[in-house]
Structure formats: C-alpha cells, structure tokens
Design a protein around this ligand. Structure first.
Ligand SMILES: CC(=O)N[C@@H](CC(=O)O)C(=O)NC[C@H](CC1(C(=O)N[C@@H](Cc2ccc(O)cc2)C(=O)O)CCCC1)C(=O)O
Ligand SMILES: [Zn+2]
Length: 624
C-alpha cells in the first residue's frame, strides 16, 4: 500500500518559530507554576489529598511538556540561523519522565515518586517508648553522640526504617524511568543526566579531577582513622582497615565536620565551631536567614522578594507531616521564590541557609530568561553559588565580624591548620562520596548493577572510594542507597561533586576581583561589589550558553580545575603528610568483603599482606 503518512514539510520560517517559542514560554510558566504550587502544598503538608493533587498537577505539566516536544519537531531547527532559537528548540526534549507515552505507566511512575518521598520523609526509628524522626533527632544524635553502640543503633535504625520498604519501589522506578528516557532517544537515565553537561569527555574529566584530589583525601582519611582509633580504641578501628561508617558524624559519612572535636590538630585554640555562640546569642532561624541575605546584598546581589519572606517555610511546623529536607523553589512567575527548611540553630544549618539562598539568588538573576534557560549553566553551578559565598562567611575573620567569635582573633599557623581541618572535613571528605553516588546509579540505570546485587555493589563502591565499611552486616534485604534522600527523591548527585570543585574556582576569582591578597583560605570578600558583579553577571546567563562560556566569564578559563581547591588546602595537606609520616600512619586500607563479616576482620589476603608488611618492617629494622 502507498505510504499514507506524507511527511509534513518542516517549517523553516524562523519568525514563526520565535512566535511558537513565545507561546511556549507563557504556557510553560502557567503549567510549571501550578505544578510547583501543588508540590509545595504536598511537601509542606503531607496527606493523601495533597499527594493526589500533586500527582495530578505533575501529570498536567508532563502532558504539556510532551505535547510541546512533539509539536517542536515540526520545525526544521537546523535551518535556523539564530543560536539562541536553536538552543531553545534543542532543550525541548529535556522532558524527563514526561517522555513516557503510556499514560498508565506515567501515572504509576509519578505516584511511585510521591510514595518514595513520603516513605523517606515520614520514616521513624522506634527507641523505647519514643519515635525518633530524622530531623532533628537522628541528625543531632549522629553528630553529637560519642557512644559507639548508640551510634550503631541510630545508623542501623534509619536503614531498617526506610531501606526494605523502598527497595522494590526503587526497582520499579528504575524500569519505568529508563523506559521514559529511552523514548527520548537516550540509552538510559544516566546517559540523559550526563547530557546536561554537554561535555563528551565528562566522565574522563571527572575521573581526572578525582585522581587530582584523591591523595589529599587519603591523607585526611588516614589521619582521621588514627584519631578515631585513639578515641574509640584500636580494637574498634584498626589502622589498616576501612573506617566503620557510623563514627563520622553524618548518617551517610559524607561530611565529617561534626567530629571536628575528636580530630582537632591543636587543642586550646579559639573555638571555630560557632553553634554554641549562635545559641548563646539567641540566634533563631529568621536571624540566620537575615544574616545570609545581608551577605548577598553586601556584594550588590539581588535581595529576597516579599513573596520569599511571606511564604517560605523556615522551621518545622507543628501538627503536620512535612518534607523537612531543605530545598529552594522557583515558582516560574518571576516573583515567587521560596526556601523550605526545618532550620535548627547550628553552624551546619547556617551553611545550608547560604546554600539554599544561593539557589534563590540564581533564580532571581535569570528570572527574565526564557523558561528553558532558567537553569544553572550546568547543575553543578547551581549547587556552587551558595557554598562559594559560605567559604567567605565561614572564615574566622567573618565570623568575628558578625559577632560569632569574641575577643582577639587568633591567626597563628596552628589556628589556621585547625580552621583548614574543619573545612577539609566538610569539603575533602565529601568528594569520594559525591563521586560514588552517581557511579552507583549510572550502573543501576545501564544494567551493570542488577536488581539483585544493588546493596552489595553500593558497599563495594563505598569502600573503594571512601574507605568505609558498614558497622553491622548488610544483605540484599537492605537497601542502603535508599536511605540517602536524593536516591528515592530522583535527584541526581554528580552536580555536588562538580560543585565542590568549581565553587573554589568561583571563590578564587571573586577573591581576586575583591583585591584580596595572601592565602586563599583567609579571603572574605564581604561587601565587595566587584566580586558580586563578577558572580551576578555569570548567573544572569542561566543555561543560555554552554557552561564553559559561563566558567570563562567568571574565571577567565573554560575548564573545571581542582587547582584552586588544592591551593586553598595546601598548608593543611603539607601538615597532614608530615603528621602522618611522623606518627607512622599509613594511608589506604585493605579490602574487605563486607558481605562475609559484620565488624571488619582480616581476610586471607589481608592477613598475608599484613604478614608481609610486618616481615619487611622487621627486615628493614634489622638492616638499619
Ligand atoms: C525544588 C528543589 O528541589 N530544588 C533543589 C535546588 C535546585 O535544583 O534548584 C533543592 O533545593 N535541592 C535540595 C538540596 C538540599 C541539600 C542537599 O541535598 N545537599 C547535598 C549535598 C551538599 C551537602 C552540603 C553542602 O554544603 C552542599 C551540598 C546533601 O546534603 O547530600 C541539603 C543541605 C544542602 C543542600 C539542595 O539544595 O541541593
Ligand atoms: Zn543545592
């Protein structure tokens, strides 16, 4: 039979294309606003009717996105001359789950996402006659308890509370999401997520960055392991083993700043943990938010809007379930931007307030871009804004200036090493965690990790990159990846690895612009309009240009580089190497199969390695 679908002639009229884009833009604002409002209503008041409304609004937005994508294919984009018009059309296929044309499956996937978020957000750990909630109970205990067994109870309790429930939901999510993304022409979800970086060598670039910073991590890991062994006893933490995951002050061992007091290099110096100062001076959540906004505006950046102050949720409300996990929201109407956060008066949360406000500042700076360009130059840029400013705020000099450190500032070498140690526990410790998170997910999405060994492969990567092991036995009934918000919440994570590299590039560029001289880690660009101008001009671009152009706008170079990060920590790296050498502390760890044992014990190969080590030590001593 004759082919009856005569190919429609593609539209080559660029003016008509522009009109289509204008219409798309106002419709996109409409559907995105409705979806974000419904999402907000659900996350700030979790109940069945709000979940149903959220699911429905999300489906409406997906229907709009899918129709717009299908519609956009009638245009002969390659025939257009204007770069911006072409870039806008190329972003039309960035529609994620909406790629799923089977409506029943799309409903199921949307419902699954809402259910997984609910399981995570309402998870509780029974503790005698009490029920511990994640924020603030579990967070605070893991940060502050120094009792090995209590920490193990909290660590295991959270994983028991949400892991097994999420495991099968996650498997179904992977299948459905892969199908949705497959319909858009990508191999799998990981392929789609990496495409946002528009960098063919992205994975190689990431590996090169990791290899550049890994030596620093190994020195920090070895030092922390030795200091923890001194505190908890060598029987609990052998100097050749990976570190038990529950002793690092954080539910996922992703940042270790909460155990600073156990590893402080020089005691008796000025307190740089300002949590107690914040409490003693009567700071509350609102004060923390005002301090943060004041820092942004001191750089000439855009202040928060009236809607922000009226509608943000900055403390956990009484009498209803909410998603406490901190987040920043763009309502796509160019005036309504909010933060949702169960703020506690801690230094950790002061850092998070700056992080979230960094997202809001980016939203404000690009709010007049077309909707498809209202994104970070790449997702890592979005994560880096707030943290970059927080590098300046966290300097002892600045903390003194805002009244959180009293008396004369101690600025001798030892005090500086203490400060850099605290920063390293937050920034260097994080890198292997952030790097392995999506390595695991990319393998789950492309099938290298199969549904029946997800947990085992998770712990292999955790050991390989972070040098940590679970404190209790794990098996495939557990689903430890599900205990990290971003995994059930369908939020990619490599953005944070990128951020923790590029935030130092932004920081160094802003420090130079502010006229800072001397060690990088001492730079506080508070009140510098030059620094603010440099950042603001880059943020205005949104994702309208490939990110190397945005990088060049702020740093003068187009590539990601770990050099500023290495420069920032240089004094500490030198001190750590010396301290580890002087104390005979070796870096690295022997491999364990966490599957065969609960507490790490020597396996055959590890035993042999240890024996050889002992022999050659003896032999070398004899030789001397
Ligand atoms: C509507 C919506 O969802 N919006 C997105 C933003 C956007 O895409 O526009 C959003 O708000 N995502 C939430 C997420 C929250 C936090 C997070 O998850 N952080 C990572 C890693 C990390 C840790 C320390 C740090 O200093 C910086 C990052 C973790 O805690 O593991 C929790 C505390 C900090 C940031 C975020 O803000 O990135
Ligand atoms: Zn963020």
């Amino acid at each position: 039979a004759l082919c009856n679908s005569r190919a429609q002639a593609l539209i080559t009229d660029e003016e008509q294309a522009r009109q289509w884009l204008d219409q798309y833009n106002s419709l996109a604002e409409h559907y995105y606003s409705l979806a974000e409002e419904a999402n907000w209503a659900y996350e700030t008041n979790i109940n069945p009717q709000n979940q149903q409304a959220q699911v429905q609004a999300s489906l409406n937005r997906d229907k709009f996105k899918k129709e717009a994508y299908d519609n956009s294919t009638q245009f002969d984009v390659n025939s257009f001359t204007n770069e911006t018009v072409k870039r806008l059309f190329n972003k039309m296929k960035n529609i994620g789950n909406a790629g799923l044309s089977d409506q029943t499956k799309l409903n199921r996937l949307t419902r699954l996402l809402a259910d997984m978020k609910q399981v995570y957000s309402t998870g509780k750990v029974p503790d005698g006659d009490r029920e511990l909630v994640f924020e603030p109970d579990l967070t605070n205990e893991l940060a502050n308890s120094r009792d090995y067994d209590r920490l193990q109870f909290i660590w295991k309790g959270w994983r028991d509370a949400v892991g097994p429930t999420l495991r099968d939901m996650y498997k179904e999510y992977v299948t459905l999401k892969n199908e949705a993304i497959g319909e858009l022409g990508y191999n799998d979800v990981g392929d789609y997520w990496r495409s946002w970086y528009e960098t063919p060598t992205f994975e190689d670039d990431l590996e090169a960055l990791w290899q550049e910073v890994r030596p620093m991590y190994l020195e920090l890991h070895a030092y922390v392991r030795r200091r923890l062994g001194e505190f908890y006893g060598k029987d609990k933490i052998d100097e050749n083993d990976p570190i038990p995951a529950h002793l690092l002050g954080n539910m996922w061992s992703q940042q270790w700043n909460n155990i600073y007091d156990l590893v402080e290099p020089f005691s008796g110096k000025q307190r740089i943990d300002v949590t107690s100062a914040m409490v003693n001076k009567g700071w509350d959540a609102l004060r923390m938010f005002n301090e943060s906004e004041q820092f942004f505006t001191s750089l000439g950046l855009i202040p928060m809007t009236p809607d922000f102050w009226r509608d943000s949720m900055i403390v956990r409300p009484e009498g209803r379930e909410v998603v406490c996990y901190a987040s920043a929201w763009d309502f796509y109407n160019r005036r309504d931007f909010r933060i949702k956060m169960c703020t506690e008066v801690t230094q950790d949360d002061l850092q998070t307030v700056h992080h979230e406000m960094g997202h809001i500042e980016y939203f404000l700076q690009y709010k007049d871009q077309p909707v498809p360009f209202r994104d970070g130059a790449n997702p890592g840029f979005h994560e880096a804004v707030g943290d970059c400013l927080a590098l300046s705020v966290s300097t002892p000099k600045h903390l003194k200036e805002i009244g959180l450190i009293d008396g004369v500032l101690q600025e001798d070498d030892e005090a500086d090493i203490n400060y850099l140690m605290k920063q390293a526990l937050e920034k260097i410790a994080f890198l292997p965690f952030a790097y392995m998170m999506d390595q695991w997910r990319w393998k789950v999405f492309d099938g290298r990790i199969t549904p029946d060994n997800m947990n085992q492969e998770w712990w292999k990567l955790r050991q390989q990159y972070q040098g940590i092991v679970p404190p209790v036995k794990r098996d495939e009934n557990d689903f430890d990846p599900g205990c990290k918000f971003h995994i059930p919440a369908d939020v990619p994570y490599i953005r944070y690895f990128v951020s923790f590299i590029v935030q130092f590039q932004f920081y160094e560029a802003m420090c130079d612009a502010s006229g800072h001289t001397g060690p990088l880690y001492k730079c506080d660009f508070y009140r510098s309009p030059e620094a603010g101008q440099l950042l603001g001009d880059m943020l205005k671009l949104g994702s309208s240009r490939p990110w190397p152009e945005a990088m060049e706008a702020i740093t003068g170079r187009r590539a990601m580089s770990a050099a500023p990060l290495v420069r920032y920590f240089e004094p500490l790296t030198t001190w750590l190497r010396q301290n580890n050498t002087d104390s005979g502390t070796k870096t690295g760890w022997t491999r364990f199969e966490p599957w065969t044992s609960s507490a790490p014990k020597m396996t055959g190969s590890a035993m042999a390695t240890a024996l050889i080590c002992v022999l050659c030590c003896l032999f070398s001593r004899l030789m001397i």
